[in-house]
Design a binder for this molecule. Structure first.
Ligand code: BGC
Length: 774
């Protein structure tokens, strides 16, 4: 347990509209005697800190202490620093920047969200053969902010003036008599040991140099990512480097960041300024990361050589567990793009996009959860974040839309839209999804009371009378969610964020809200069942049945959905609101709508992730295949055909005719969530029991796919479904089933193998069965 106090450097009134501030440098010299056995450093900050022991950074962790709901809790890191300590004088040092704590955060890019004053807390434990000593932060630590990082922000800018470097400041024998003594500052939340995955550098890329039509020099790293650029430059004092990061070229082939918004409303920044000293020097930012594929060299003092630049992808150190490949190369690229959007948006918390808002939007991860769990082991990462979702729940039970909480429209309110359907429901859906993926009840146990509070909040608000509810049949009124703020389906093709936001404010969609009310009540009942809370399980099951009945009565009157919007069909199907003949009718209609729409995407945020699943599950697998393989706009492979390397916020983000980039991010994982279908339907790996202890492998060929292979390294072991169809029409499946996992294999001709083991299964794809097991 860490219990050091927080110290700070300059205490000045923070002006969130004022200039950005320099980094602060702290140092503390101490003496080590003979007989040292081990040394352990615990450190954290209100801001982002970079630690050093005798000038050495103890490990590869970046952006420490990570991002939590700071008013409530703050992580600290522990480092084994034994090997860096020596007898005699030693120095513990740290650089401190604004980070998420005081830097630009959330949809409005507000600064100073969590506090005005940065702080550092450090505890070094020195274990000797016969006693233990501790070096703690206190007012004897020295600081300066007159160093090389002259201003910084986590997203806007990092300005490094190499002429202001302070040689040896982090080493022993440095004269710090000109530095000021630290003062104390307060932190009222709880200090907790690291809960997530460490953030560090992963892949690196060397660029191709472009000369764009407007005469600029632009580096193309060929991969959209979140991270930073390391550069080596040779020059003289007085020369400057300036880099601007963006993710796309405009219709004329010039660098632009206009898709990320209007600099006046929501500054994007993503700028590095570097003032040279004499000679050859290498730099990368410490406190800023950017979302980018392209870097415009606004200033560069010498010939531009690709080898002088490296882009480093920075993200949480997840274990990737799902792979996919098939005969359609563009689908393979699509999967890579989803993986890259996951990487770009899993930087300690799950975000919507790595540049514009960088918010922990609950809805985005709610729809992406299953896909994320197929690609990576998200247990630690999401458990940590879920705890903040619980901690930020409002007193009346609403769940906020961006976690950790950020300023939304103004600097007073941390949340304007609590309880938004599909977003707030992350609290009921994610713990259950984690349970199904990994077979562990930890998240359900931890979130159970919050889940319940949220569903009870929905009960309360659906019970309130509104003008709209007065027009409903009396028996349905209490079960239709007619009030509250709801984003609705959100961003169906063609829609713009602002227009959708206005719709959400003026006429929130009761159909969407009621469907999620039903879904969450059901999830809660399931959670209760798992935890053995039988009374709750029965109570909320009954509630979900009543909501379902009301939904059908109000929104599927006379068995018909009176809308041409695909989402209105997808939702009742995947949520299981419509069943039996009614579901079949709805699915048939959905299939027609997709065909009429030329197999293009017509759904928005809350249904795109499920449309392929429902098409396949209701017998329209061929339509699903044609849809995912469709290269027309809006479609997943349209993006790929346009050279996308991550998933776009909308599949129509670049106009197919003009090539103009709309005001949409090009790195939003949510619409890519549908690729989980490649594992669960095309290759047919489906968990039946939590943690894949029991599975079905039911490959379903279709479309142009002649071969597909999905692997999933589940907690129960490696599962593979690898199928192909030969020229002669023989279908072969190579399946890997882990020891101890109960598996059933279903071949495309309907042949079923219960209690299947790893091996090869085949049949004639056209008809006659040739089942053999090897
Ligand atoms: C974000 C989304 C988010 C949404 C709320 C957008 O601006 O980028 O992904 O969920 O707002 O609807």
């Amino acid at each position: 347990m860490m219990d050091a106090v927080f110290i700070t450097g300059r205490k000045q009134a923070f002006d969130f509209k004022g200039p950005l501030l320099p980094a602060t440098y702290f140092r503390k010299s101490f003496t080590v005697g003979p007989g040292l056995v081990s040394a352990k450093l615990m450190m954290t900050a209100l801001g982002i800190y970079v630690p050093y022991i005798n000038g050495i950074k103890p490990d590869d962790r970046l952006m420490t202490p990570g991002y939590t709901e700071y008013p409530k809790r703050l992580q600290y890191q522990t480092y084994d620093v034994t090997e860096f300590i020596r007898e005699g004088e030693n120095v513990i040092a740290a650089e401190l920047g604004d980070g998420w704590y005081r830097g630009s955060c959330g949809p409005m890019g507000a600064r100073g969200t969590y506090g005005d004053v940065l702080g550092l807390a450090s505890e070094l434990e020195l274990v000797y053969t016969d006693h233990t000593e501790r070096v703690l932060t206190d007012i004897t630590w020295k600081w300066t902010d007159n160093g090389p990082i002259t201003n910084q922000d986590i997203k806007l800018i990092e300005h490094y003036d190499a002429r202001k470097e302070i040689p040896g400041w982090e080493l022993p024998s440095f004269d710090d008599s000109g530095w000021a003594n630290a003062s104390l500052t307060e932190y009222e939340g709880e200090l907790i040991p690291d809960e997530g995955e460490k953030i560090c550098v992963h892949e690196t890329f060397t660029p191709v140099i472009l000369k764009t039509p407007d005469g600029s020099t632009v580096l193309d790293f060929k991969q959209n990512l979140a991270g930073f650029v390391t550069f080596t430059v040779t020059g003289k004092k007085g020369m400057t480097v300036c880099l601007l990061h963006g993710e796309v070229l405009d219709e004329n082939g010039n660098f632009t960041t206009s898709n990320l918004g209007n600099e006046k409303m929501l500054p994007i920044g993503q700028k590095i300024v570097y003032d040279l000293k004499d000679g050859t020097q290498t730099y990368h930012p410490k406190f800023m990361i950017a979302g980018f594929r392209y870097v415009k060299l606004i200033d560069w003092p010498e010939e531009v050589v690709p080898e002088n630049f490296t882009a480093s992808a920075v993200y949480s150190d997840l274990r990737f567990i799902g792979t996919f490949s098939c005969s359609n190369e563009k689908v393979n690229r699509l999967v890579k793009n989803v993986e890259w959007s996951l990487k770009s948006n899993f930087v300690d918390i799950p975000t919507d996009c790595p540049h514009r808002e960088r918010g922990g939007w609950t809805g985005d991860i709610n729809v992406f959860n299953e896909c994320a769990n197929i690609l990576a082991d998200t247990r630690r990462f999401l458990s940590k974040w879920l705890k903040d979702v619980v901690l930020t729940q409002t007193d009346d039970g609403a769940v906020i839309s961006v976690v950790p909480s950020v300023f939304m429209m103004n600097r007073k309110s941390r949340e304007l839209t609590p309880g938004a359907a599909g977003w707030a429901d992350a609290i009921t859906c994610i713990p259950l999804r984690q349970y199904h993926s990994y077979g562990e009840t930890y998240d359900i146990e931890h979130s159970y009371e919050a889940m319940k509070k949220y569903v009870d909040f929905n009960i309360k608000r659906s019970g309130k009378t509104t003008i709209r509810s007065l027009f409903r049949k009396k028996e349905n009124r209490d079960y239709i969610l007619d009030n509250g703020f709801h984003y609705g389906e959100w961003l169906e093709p063609g829609a713009a964020n602002m227009v959708d936001a206005l719709k959400a404010i003026l006429m929130p969609d009761s159909e969407v809200a009621t469907a999620w009310f039903f879904w969450s009540a059901g999830k809660l009942s399931e959670a209760a069942e798992i935890l053995g809370k039988t009374e709750d399980a029965a109570r909320y099951r009954e509630l979900s049945e009543k909501v379902k009945k009301a939904y059908i009565a109000e929104f599927i009157k006379d068995g018909k959905i009176k809308s041409k919007r695909m989402c209105k069909y997808v939702r009742p199907l995947y949520m299981g609101i419509a069943e039996g003949e009614l579901a079949k009718d709805i699915a048939r209609e959905l299939n027609s709508l997709v065909k009429e729409n030329d197999y293009c995407i017509g759904t928005g945020f809350l249904s795109t992730y499920q449309i392929l699943n429902v098409l396949t599950d209701f017998g329209y697998h061929e339509t699903a295949c044609r849809m995912i393989e469709n290269e027309k706009c809006p479609g997943w492979l349209y993006e790929v055909s346009r050279g996308a390397t991550t998933i776009w916020e909308g599949c129509d983000a670049i106009d197919p005719g003009t090539g103009r980039v709309k005001a949409k991010s090009l790195n939003h994982y949510s619409p890519g969530a549908a690729v989980s279908w490649l594992w669960t339907r095309l290759c047919g790996i489906k968990p039946i029991a939590p943690g894949y202890k029991e599975i079905v492998i039911e490959p379903r060929p279709g479309g142009t796919f002649r071969q597909a292979r999905a692997s999933y390294n589940s907690v129960s072991g490696m599962i593979v479904s690898d199928w192909s169809i030969s020229e002669e029409g023989e279908f072969t499946l190579d399946a890997v089933i882990p020891e101890g996992v109960k598996a059933r294999v279903v071949l495309p001709d309907g042949e079923i193998f219960d209690d299947a083991r790893s091996g090869r299964f085949s049949c004639s794809y056209q008809g006659g069965k040739i089942p053999k097991t090897i």
